[in-house]
Design a protein around this ligand. Structure first.
Ligand code: 4AD
Ligand code: MG
Length: 481
């Protein structure tokens, strides 16, 4: 018999004479009540076993984690908390789960423990909810851009370029580890490699997306991105997913409008479509907050925080204004936070960003017009800036509790200025000949940004460690699977 998803059974408008559900046992109480979860919803369906007519050997096999199939009547439930339950007529054990050995016991586990069991943690309520929200958000990303007529572009994962110029690449070799050709000095000889040159995993699809924007107008990428930086923080992964729209004829202001509208759209999609999961995650978070001292507790509950972002404009502030604010703010004597920033031109540290967002403006902030020196080569140089104080049309979006969620810019569309900049930074013109062609043939003002997908999922789910919002986190400590 065909089985029905638990979500649909719980949303039924009537009792049904016979239904079949399949899923995994969460708990089994009093030899009678099974809480069955099939992943379609945070909620379990209660299955009432006719224990007097069920063999003892079968009852013993109804253990946490076991896969079962139940058939019976979908009846109104007498118990509190659920409208319907299944009065089981036929029960089949599909796959046993040794109660002694199954790591996901029906109790609260620490997130650290769950991270070590990334393949099983999705069987918990919290991770089921997080992964459903993540899936809904990715759908919303595509829906937003597709509705606006953007073309989805798949940019290469293996590439010869370092889009960000930060040297944070994982090198790729097509040869077996022990067979890599070496030069006399012992260095890898890329000339003999499959690709004939040094290749790496992409740090961003932006440069390739730019070439497509200059033909298709509005494009976006959504794919895996790799950074060999020290990702041992709660905000960094070695492998993360990035969404990068790129739009011809958009200037920096239009870029900011797009980013803000896009973020609000996807957050609203999650609020509207993941209500049960978000309510569960909010409850989890509230419990966690209670463990903290009063002063450190978040002022808003999760859904309130999401609503706040939807209803308020992001504050747009130039880098120079931000530095003035930081200079004027009182440094904390205990040195826990040293808000002071010494000089114009320095990159903002995450404590500065958090101060601006969480203490000063208390809302998402778009910082723009950064010093040219601290940003990537492709950003549009602002006209009329003082020598030594050149700024570029960059923008970073900072979110409460997260810090930087988006990095983007208007791009340098002038060939001569771009080449000059690359020369100054030692970037090989020959290597990027194809990129420079966009400026040689029909160049135009264009802009784009990159949104770190996991940082968005962090914000929406209220989780605090980025390892908990991607199915299998890749970090220096964690790549077992
Ligand atoms: O600021 P980033 O480095 O910008 C770029 O890569 C541009 N090429 C984007 C563009 O303009 N098309 O990265 C963009 C975003 C960051 O704001 C952050 O949200 C996320 O990607 N990000 C990371 N997320 C998780 N782990 C990491 N190691 C990340 N590095 C960046
Ligand atoms: Mg950045």
């Amino acid at each position: 018999m065909k089985h029905t998803k638990v979500k649909d059974l719980l949303n039924s408008t009537k009792t049904i004479h016979e239904v079949t559900a399949k899923g995994w046992v969460r708990t089994f109480r009093n030899n009678q009540f099974i809480a069955l979860n099939d992943g379609s919803t945070i909620h379990n369906i209660q299955c009432v076993v006719d224990f007097e007519n069920t063999p003892e050997t079968t009852l013993k096999r109804i253990t946490t984690g076991a896969a079962i199939s139940v058939t019976g009547e979908l009846a109104e439930s007498q118990g509190a908390g659920q409208k319907y339950e299944i009065q089981v007529k036929k029960l089949e054990i599909l796959g046993d789960s040794d109660a002694e050995k199954f790591p996901m016991q029906p109790k609260k586990h620490s997130l650290e423990f769950l991270r070590e069991n990334a393949h099983l943690r999705v069987r918990t309520n919290a991770f089921g909810a997080i992964m459903r929200v993540r899936s809904a958000l990715s759908f919303a990303v595509h829906q937003y851009f597709q509705q606006k007529g953007f073309v989805y572009v798949n940019t290469p994962i293996i590439t010869g370029s370092d889009a960000e110029g930060a040297g944070e690449m994982f090198q790729v070799s097509a040869l077996p580890f022990d067979n890599t050709p070496r030069t006399e000095e012992g260095k890898v000889n890329y000339k003999e490699d499959f690709f004939g040159k040094q290749t790496n995993l992409t740090v961003s699809g932006q440069l390739e997306a730019e070439t497509y924007a200059m033909a298709l107008g509005q494009v976006y990428t959504f794919g895996p991105t790799f950074r060999a930086e020290n990702s041992n923080t709660s905000r960094h992964l070695a492998e993360f997913w990035m969404i990068e729209p790129e739009v011809a004829f958009n200037d920096l202001a239009a870029n900011m409008d797009l980013a803000e509208d896009f973020i609000k759209y996807v957050v609203k999609y999650a609020v509207d479509n993941c209500a049960d999961d978000l309510k569960f995650l909010e409850g989890r978070l509230t419990e966690e907050e209670k463990q903290k001292p009063q002063a450190e507790r978040s002022e808003m509950a999760l859904l309130e925080k999401l609503q706040f972002v939807l209803e308020n404009n992001f504050k747009r502030v130039s880098y120079t204004e931000a530095v003035d604010i930081l200079r004027d703010s009182t440094p904390n004597k205990k040195k826990k936070f040293q808000y002071l920033i010494e000089e114009w031109g320095a990159d903002l540290q995450s404590e500065h960003e958090r101060f601006l967002v969480e203490k000063h403006f208390k809302c998402p902030v778009i910082l723009f017009d950064y010093p040219a020196k601290i940003k990537a080569f492709y950003m549009r140089l602002n006209d009329n800036t003082e020598p030594g104080k050149e700024t570029v049309r960059a923008m970073d979006i900072l979110f409460p509790g997260i810090g930087e969620i988006v990095g983007g810019s208007q791009r340098e569309e002038r060939l001569d200025v771009l080449i000059e900049k690359m020369k100054a930074l030692g970037i090989d013109e020959e290597e990027l000949w194809w990129y420079l062609d966009t400026r040689r043939f029909g160049s135009a003002v264009h802009s784009g940004f990159g949104l770190g997908f996991e940082r968005l999922v962090l914000f929406v789910t209220g989780m605090t460690n980025i390892r908990d919002v991607i199915p299998f986190p890749r970090t220096p400590m964690n790549a077992e699977f």
